[in-house]
Design a protein around this ligand. Sequence first.
Ligand code: ZN
Length: 355
Amino acid sequence: MVDGIVAVVRAMVLYAVGAPFELEERPVPRPAPDEALIKVRACGAGLTVHHAKVGTSPATLPVIMGHEIAGEIVALGSAVQGLEIGDRVTPHFYLFCGRCRYCLTMREPLCENTGGYIGRQRDGGYAEYVALPARNLIKIPAELPYDAHPEQVAVICDAIATPYKVTRRARIRPLEDVLVIGAAGGVGIHMVQLARFFQARVLAADRGEAKLDAAKSAGAHETIDALVGPIDAQARKLTDGRGADVVVDFVASPETLQAGLAALAPGGRLAILSVHRDSRFNVDPLWMLNGEREVIGSRYVTRQEIVDALELVRRGHIRPIVTRIFALEEAEQAHELLGQGATIGRAALVMDSET
Ligand SMILES: [Zn+2]
């Protein structure tokens, strides 16, 4: 029991892979000395969470999922410094150690002593309160619309920070042709905005008119309907046969990876973010060498990239696109839509502000 806070909180708990979430009342989590207790205001619901729910990514069950959190600190462990009760915060998704060679050089996703992920190996944000390590927490700038649109603020730490990092990993430069595969998805739609922000020409690939219209509204210059024909052939047609300078594949099936590679211009870079378990594809080393092509893995973000992503939104350069909002107890409905690939942009859960 933490002083001044309700004793019991509602949470959506996953007990088995593929099972529905169960609404439960639980004691308020008690923060460890290096942790903060956060009252959750909103939590993003995306494919990263969904993969863990259906077993594509491992999770330690039972668990409360959700890592794209916007919330307010209501209690602090005894050893926490630099944070105050009342601070509005958003977390880094990975349970990094903060001490290894990668953490000390701002490469938290490569941590040598990783404890896993928020919402998989420890409880996350599909709950009214969550306790998280203080080192994961980043303050939300006061100018962001936390009160009016907490769902927009919540998704920045992944859905905007992740494609922001890709602009750096894949070295997106002005005037380049950037092909985004899965351009209407929760992260893809923000990749479209970011590539445009970096003055690239954006070719958005997705399936069907509604998704391509959304990508166009987000700033895509050209669209490619994967239902119509091969993505690589369409991309070459739109680039006078040269191909794309950067391909970012958010679908990462064997087919899209192969098409993305085939669409690379000389000097081109293929960025891989998520993969299905057996997403292998063929690479011709001579073609790679002769064209100086690159395949790049880009794994989540650093804490600084979350700070930068918050700033990009604060300055109005990037607009969080959350198209579906659900109450906490509606998490299962959100994931039904995610499983069908039926969401455009991000979905999010917003907590009852009276709780
Ligand atoms: Zn580490």
